[in-house]
Design a protein around this ligand. Structure first.
Ligand code: G1P
Length: 286
C-alpha cells in the first residue's frame, strides 16, 4: 500500500524578473493565460488529482495571490444576483483547505519545499510549479497519481529536451525505461549538455516521500548556489524508487515570454467560445 496523497505545495516565491515591468507589483503566477491566472491552472490540476490541502510558499509582494484563493463575498453575491453561474464557479476557492507561509529568502526550490515541512509532516505529498503549464486530459498530476499507486516512491513528470537545453533542468540518469516510465539510478541538476546522463528532464510536477526532508534539512547548496530539490532527491534514489513519467499532454514553459505567449494561443484555440475566432485572427499574421 502506498501512502495516500492529500497535500500539495506550490512554490510561488520567485521574483519573475523576466516579465518586468508586468511583475513589478503583480506576482508572475497571477499573470493570466487567456483569463485565468497561471497559479489557478495548477491548483485546479491538483484538485482534479484529489488534492485537498493547498500550501503556498510565497514571498514578499504575493499577498494578492493568497487572496485570490479566498472568498470574495461581495463579488460572489453580485454574480449570484446576476445569475452568472459560470463566473461564480470560476472565482470560488478550491474545495479543501488553503495555507500559506513565506519563504523569507530566495534560497532555491529545495528550500521552498523545506518551508512546508511542518505542513507535510510524515505524509507523501505533491509539488507543482505553476510556470510549467500542462494542457492534458486527464491532468498531469492525475496521470502521475495513477502511476504512483502502482510503483510508489518518488514520481516526477518528465519530457525529453534538446541536448543543448539540459543545463536548464533536472536530468535523469536512467536505469530502466519502457518508453513511458523511466526508473532513475541518479539525478543531476542543470548539467552541461556534454555531461548530461540523458536528455530526459524533470518538469515541474513531483510526488514525493517525506524522507526528502532528511536531506533538505542539511541545506546543502548546489547548482546556481541554491538549495536544489534535485540534489536531495538524488540522495534518496538508492533507498526509494524514483520514476519519471512521460505524461500525455503538452507542456508550456511559462517562465519565459515565448512559452507564455504560446500557452495563451494554445489555450485560447482549445476554447469553444474563442478558438474559431482566434484561428481566424491568426491568419492575419502569417
Ligand atoms: C526547477 C528544478 C529543475 C526542473 C525545473 C522544471 O528549475 O530545479 O530540476 O527541471 O524546475 O521546470 P527552475 O526552472 O526553477 O530553474
Amino acid at each position: 500500500m502506498v501512502k495516500p496523497i492529500h497535500k500539495a505545495i506550490f512554490p510561488v516565491a520567485g521574483r519573475g524578473t523576466r516579465f518586468l515591468p508586468a511583475t513589478k507589483i503583480l506576482a508572475k503566477e497571477m499573470l493570466p493565460i487567456v483569463d485565468k491566472p497561471l497559479i489557478q491552472y495548477a491548483v485546479e490540476e491538483a484538485r482534479n488529482a484529489g488534492i485537498e490541502e493547498f500550501f503556498f510558499v510565497t514571498g514578499r509582494g504575493k499577498v494578492a495571490l493568497v487572496d485570490h484563493f479566498d472568498h470574495a463575498i461581495e463579488l460572489e453575491q453580485a454574480l449570484l444576483e446576476r445569475g452568472d453561474k459560470k463566473a461564480l464557479q470560476s472565482v470560488l476557492p478550491p474545495s479543501g483547505r488553503v495555507f500559506a507561509t513565506r519563504q523569507q529568502e530566495p534560497l532555491g526550490l529545495g528550500h521552498a519545499v523545506l518551508c512546508a515541512q511542518k505542513f507535510v509532516g510524515e505524509e507523501a505529498f505533491a509539488v507543482l510549479l505553476a510556470d510549467d503549464l500542462i494542457l492534458a486530459e486527464p491532468g498531469c498530476l492525475k496521470q502521475m497519481m495513477d502511476v504512483y499507486k502502482e510503483v510508489g516512491g518518488n514520481v516526477v513528470a518528465c519530457e525529453n529536451v534538446p541536448r543543448e537545453r539540459t543545463c536548464h533542468y533536472g536530468i535523469l540518469d536512467i536505469a530502466e525505461d519502457d518508453g513511458r516510465l523511466a526508473r532513475a539510478r541518479g539525478l543531476v541538476e542543470k548539467p552541461d549538455p556534454a555531461e548530461a546522463p540523458s536528455t530526459l528532464s524533470i518538469i515541474g510536477r513531483y510526488i514525493l516521500q517525506p524522507e526528502i526532508f532528511r536531506h533538505l534539512e542539511k541545506r546543502e547548496v548546489g547548482a546556481g548556489n541554491e538549495i536544489q530539490l534535485t540534489d536531495s532527491l538524488a540522495k534518496t534514489v538508492s533507498g526509494i524508487p524514483f520514476h519519471g513519467l512521460r505524461f500525455k499532454g503538452k507542456r508550456f514553459d511559462c517562465g519565459g515570454k515565448l512559452g507564455f505567449l504560446e500557452a495563451n494561443l494554445a489555450f485560447a484555440l482549445e476554447r469553444q467560445d474563442l478558438g474559431p475566432r482566434v484561428h481566424e485572427m491568426l491568419k492575419k499574421y502569417r
